[in-house]
Design a protein around this ligand. Structure first.
Ligand SMILES: NC(=O)c1ccc[n+]([C@@H]2O[C@H](COP(=O)([O-])OP(=O)(O)OC[C@H]3O[C@@H](n4cnc5c(N)ncnc54)[C@H](O)[C@@H]3O)[C@@H](O)[C@H]2O)c1
Ligand SMILES: O=C(O)[C@H](O)COP(=O)(O)O
Length: 526
């Protein structure tokens, strides 16, 4: 049974899902050296923002197949190292969107009405109604930096509260911003015009210290800033100075350059600042959402299935994946089959998307085909993460083509592998929504579902040959589950496709090829 280590507090709903397929150990607050010493035992690691998954930890995780981040940000995971080691990194891109957006709105209102300090004063026994006179957000300008999932929800709520919306997001179209009710502006204009600025961007080299002394100086003197995105986007020293000097009047900060927050100038500032300990995603609902979302993906990957929100598999967004998942399984099966038929060293893989499939995104199917193709050589070392890199390193050229005019089934996938031992081709389709059928082997039409152990022969279509092969297999105690012959003309060349209950014993292929009329034989394990 697989083993999963959960190293941050995760909702029980996620643990229950993982427990269906793995032994789950929950060990939180581990020191880096403790994690390094035990990570080698585990197939999967599930974390939140509390665990920093460094290069060293990943390298010590010699059995790791997946790192699951129960949340959005994967900046605490050294993703390039995970990719190099073929470890899938998944997150939950939407599970805590509402929670984070609502926290930002709560911070904005709490700042405007001095709620934390007013609350503290009443609890101290005071009744001071003068000090805590607030401001309304109605008709004020909110500058949203990052108009993605969280930024868009903040925009919708703020609009309903009667705020005017500006947004800075260089990757969003004007049309999209207008749909959300925001006017797209550059960062300087946003800083100059906004009464409130709220940050909803990832931390990247471009966004690190995006809010610095220079930008703070451009803000209105009565402006407030909210950061529920990532620590380090605001230069904390510059913010402390701007608040102390009265350059801006308020800040609400949930995330910090270094967490947990240690010694910090921000702690010394009075009622102008609200600090929360990275609580953006901390709602009961969000924690259930992210735990289920990520645990399901870990479960799928441990069962050999693709993950829907892998951050280090190019082209595999959740929408694409949902639609293509069955086709990826088809591609992987065909890749395994054609790789074993070709034998030896494959130099060229031709992938043709046919019929209705021709209009689909091909990249996930290419990745899945390569994963199948390389399985023989690399076994579980190859996965969706590293299949393209491994193929490139082995000098396998990939050609993708599309032919919408081939309509023998609504959509089919054709793989042709050329190597040092020759060329072989297979075609497959999905019947219903997910039932894989092989429809062509080396140009011969067939219609069989793949099975774990298969035998293919190339032979002359003539009386008695099936019986002779059946007897031979029987003499080796090999049970045939099903058999089908594919031929182009009667008594010409043909292929026989057999599904077997057991793997073929060593040495039997040489005997099969001796049967008169059989020219070649291939065993395949899928
Ligand atoms: N405080 C918390 O607990 C908490 C919870 C959830 C998410 N987050 C953080 O919130 C942030 C936003 O999350 P999301 O789910 O909305 O992400 P998202 O990917 O949906 O949106 C991010 C947006 O930022 C924009 N962007 C990227 N680089 C930019 C740049 N240089 N300048 C301006 N815009 C830029 C992108 O175009 C995108 O629209 C992330 O940093 C995430 O880690 C924090
Ligand atoms: O990126 C995220 O999802 C948030 O920062 C939440 O982090 P958390 O899971 O540690 O609360």
């Amino acid at each position: 049974m697989s083993k999963v280590l959960v190293s941050d507090p995760i909702d029980q709903a996620g643990i229950d899902i993982l427990s269906q397929v793995a032994t789950v150990d929950v060990k939180t607050n581990l020191k880096p050296e403790e994690l390094i010493s035990i990570i080698g035992e585990y197939d999967a690691l599930m974390i939140r923002s509390g665990t920093r998954v460094t290069q060293e930890i990943i390298e010590a995780g010699t059995n790791l197949k997946i790192i699951g981040r129960a949340g959005v940000g994967v900046d605490n995971v050294h993703v390039p190292t995970a990719t190099r080691h073929g470890i899938v990194v998944v997150n939950s891109p939407e599970g805590n969107t509402i929670a984070a957006a609502e926290h930002a709105i709560a911070m904005m209102l709490a700042l405007s009405r001095h709620i934390p300090d007013a609350n503290a004063s009443v609890k101290r026994g005071e009744w001071d109604r003068k000090t805590f006179v607030g401001t309304e957000v109605y008709k004020k300008t909110l500058g949203i930096v990052g108009l993605g999932k969280i930024g868009s929800h903040v925009a919708a709520v703020a609009k309903a509260m009667g705020m005017k919306l500006l947004a800075f997001d260089p990757f969003i179209s004007t049309e999209r911003a207008e749909q959300i009710g925001c006017q797209l502006v550059d960062m300087d204009l946003l800083a100059q015009q906004a009464d409130y600025i709220t940050l909803h961007i990832p931390k990247t080299p471009e966004t690190t210290h995006l809010i610095n002394a220079e930008l703070l100086a451009k803000m209105k003197p009565n402006a407030r800033i909210i950061n529920c995105a990532r620590g380090g986007i605001i230069d904390e020293d510059a913010l402390a100075n701007a608040l102390k000097s009265g350059q801006i009047i308020g800040a609400a900060i949930d995330v910090f350059e270094s967490e947990p927050l240690g010694e910090s100038k921000l702690r010394d500032i009075g009622k102008e600042i609200i600090l929360t300990p990275h609580l953006g995603a901390s709602t009961a609902e969000a924690q259930v959402n992210v735990a289920i979302d990520v645990a399901e993906q870990i479960r799928d990957v441990l069962l050999g299935l693709p993950a829907r929100s892998a951050v280090n598999i190019p082209g595999l967004g959740p929408d694409v994946l949902e639609e293509l998942k069955p086709y990826m399984q088809l591609a992987e099966t065909l890749g395994k089959l054609v790789g074993q038929l070709a034998g030896g060293r494959v130099e060229l893989l031709n992938i043709r998307l046919q019929g209705e499939l021709a209009t689909n995104t091909s990249q996930p199917l290419v990745i899945a085909s390569l994963k199948g193709l390389l399985h023989q050589a690399l076994r579980e070392r190859v996965n969706y993460v590293n299949a393209s890199i491994e193929a490139k390193e082995r000098g396998i050229r990939v050609i993708e083509t599309r032919d919408a005019s081939i309509r023998d089934y609504s959509g089919s996938l054709h793989l042709e592998a050329t190597g040092n031992l020759g060329t072989h081709a297979v075609t497959g389709v999905l019947l219903g929504d997910s039932e894989i059928h092989l429809t062509n082997i080396d140009g011969f039409p067939i219609n069989v579902p793949p099975s774990q152990h298969m035998l293919f022969t190339l032979h002359r279509d003539m009386p008695g040959i099936i019986g002779k092969l059946g007897s031979l297999l029987g003499s080796f105690n090999v049970n045939i589950a099903s058999m089908q012959v594919g031929r182009k003309i009667v008594r010409g060349d043909a292929v026989m496709t057999l599904s077997l209950d057991d793997p073929l014993p060593d040495g039997i292929l040489a005997e099969i090829i001796k049967v008169p009329g059989i020219r070649d034989a291939y065993t395949v394990t899928l």
